[in-house]
Design a protein around this ligand. Structure first.
Ligand code: UDX
Length: 461
């Protein structure tokens, strides 16, 4: 099949690469020439400065100029295309609704070219990025207004998680394809022929609107599940003596209907999808006068959870942040990424600075540079109080307290480091339960609070 992918962000590039690996002829289009030159170099370092996903650079190197091509000129690649995948950014507006301006511009540009094409074969235009329910229909209207002939629209949402995107694209749980016409479904079955009859992959064909809704309901359900654990499971462990949150999790998730994923209590879920998608779904449902109480609760529990440990430090431990130095470890929204979008650390840092913290010693193995642009002192002068360090050790040295905000594996070994570098009284706030061997520290009078457990060690008032 000849495939065009519009937009080479994380979704588009992974899709283009994996489709090329399956022997399709794939043309990836983007306006950003500098980015495409980096991808077309086949050089892993250059590719990874833009999209860093394990295994991705390898596929690009192997399929480049044989099955995979990059172009900034949509007109030159559109002839004879079977399917065009729209993989464009859809950022949130302030009211939670989705900003479709980038998407609309690309749809307009595409419609003009498709209306002029010489080859009149059937072409399906497929939405892959997350767009509000009804956007495929809106695409159809744009195409009709430009008199495009012999086209179909489709919704085929991606469900990739960062860091494992290539593995998931090669072996997804399910492929969801929403089309209006059998001839379009047939084209997409050929695009995804390796998945259609797979024994363990569900290939689901439905309407475009249902496919769009599947994506929102799935992400909202996942965030609700995390918020249930953070809002209920974790609180039981924090408030009721003798409840062990780890055993609680094992006992509950032993029920095969309930998943372990999402049951790992944390200082909130971050990332580019959950917050944005739940806000967008709330906005979409409000417009049709549906109560969104439950979704709002999931969202709010998650947002408050991000800074909850700071409040616990004040209320339970009696810790005074004023003029203190706090080490914050784990700036990205999870391990193995430099992505700062919606990262819990943003709320943590803002909250700490708002409570009068003198300096923040920040460290992340991958995200120090992206954090610097988020915590830009020209946006908020308080961000001048952040110093960045090359190791957890260097960040902890000289601090009065430590906040662990992501699940980087290296943080698991921190108990000895803390003991060597800083003396009690000292407060550890563990947002990811990364220090299971905290009992030694506690016996030496360090104060330890973790999401899901009661205060251990002394209060510090
Ligand atoms: C997510 C969804 O998994 C994916 O299907 C969707 O398409 C996009 O959003 P991603 O943002 O890459 O993917 O991150 P994911 O690995 O799902 O983690 C999201 C957040 O939840 C992270 O901050 C993570 O640390 C947190 N999390 C995850 C928990 O707090 N507890 C858990 O048990 C699991």
């Amino acid at each position: 099949m000849k495939i065009v992918v519009c937009g080479t962000g994380y979704v588009g590039l992974v899709h283009a690469a994996v489709c090329s690996e399956y022997g399709h002829e794939v043309y990836a289009f983007d306006n950003d020439a500098q980015k495409l030159t980096a991808f077309a170099s086949g050089d892993a370092n250059r590719i990874e400065t833009h999209v860093n996903e394990p295994g991705l650079a390898n596929i690009i190197r192997e399929t480049l100029d044989r099955y995979l091509f990059f172009s900034t000129d949509l007109a030159s690649i559109i002839e004879g295309t079977d399917a065009v995948f729209m993989c464009l950014p859809t950022p949130p507006n302030l009211d939670g609704s989705t900003d479709l301006s980038i998407y609309d511009d690309a749809a307009d540009q595409l419609a003009k070219l498709l209306a002029r094409r010489k080859d009149r074969r059937r072409v399906v235009v497929v939405n892959k990025s997350t767009v509000p329910i009804g956007t495929a229909r809106r695409l159809e209207n744009i195409f009709k207004s430009h008199n495009v002939e012999n086209f179909g629209i489709s919704s085929n949402p991606e469900f990739l998680a960062e860091g494992t995107a290539v593995a998931q694209a090669r072996r997804p749980d399910r492929v969801v394809v929403g089309c209006d016409h059998e001839q379009d479904s047939r084209i997409l079955r050929r695009v995804y022929s390796q998945f259609v009859h797979h024994v363990r992959i569900k290939y689901i064909e439905t309407t475009p609107e249902t496919a769009e809704a599947i994506k929102y309901v799935a992400n909202t359900m996942l965030l609700t599940y995390i918020s249930f654990w953070n809002g209920v499971g974790a609180k039981i462990g924090e408030k009721i003596p003798n409840v062990n949150i780890d055993d609680l999790r094992l006992g509950v998730t032993a029920d095969e209907r309930i998943s372990t994923w999402g049951s790992f209590v944390s200082n909130g879920a971050g990332g580019s999808c959950f917050g944005k998608d739940i806000a967008s779904l709330i906005n979409q449902l409000r417009r049709v006068n549906v109560s969104t109480k439950m979704l709002e609760a999931s969202y709010e529990v998650n947002e408050y959870q991000k800074i909850y440990l700071v409040d616990r430090a004040i209320n339970e431990v009696g810790f005074k942040f004023n003029n203190k130095i706090v080490a914050v470890l784990g700036l990205a929204f999870k391990k193995h990424t430099n992505d700062m979008r919606d990262a819990s650390s943003i709320k943590v840092v803002e909250s700490l600075l708002g409570k009068g913290t003198a300096r923040i010693n920040a460290y992340d193995p991958l995200a120090n540079d992206s954090a610097k642009s988020v915590f830009d002192p020209s946006k908020n002068v308080l961000f001048e109080k952040i110093d960045y360090f090359d190791s957890a050790k260097a960040a902890i040295a000289g601090s009065d307290a430590l906040f662990i905000s992501s699940d980087c594996e290296e943080f698991r070994g921190l108990s000895r480091t803390v003991e060597e570098l800083v003396k009690a009284p000292y407060l550890i706030m563990d947002g990811r339960r990364m220090i299971p061997d905290h009992s030694d520290l506690v016996s030496k009078d360090y104060s330890y609070i973790a999401v899901g457990s009661m205060l251990m060690g002394p209060t510090l008032s």
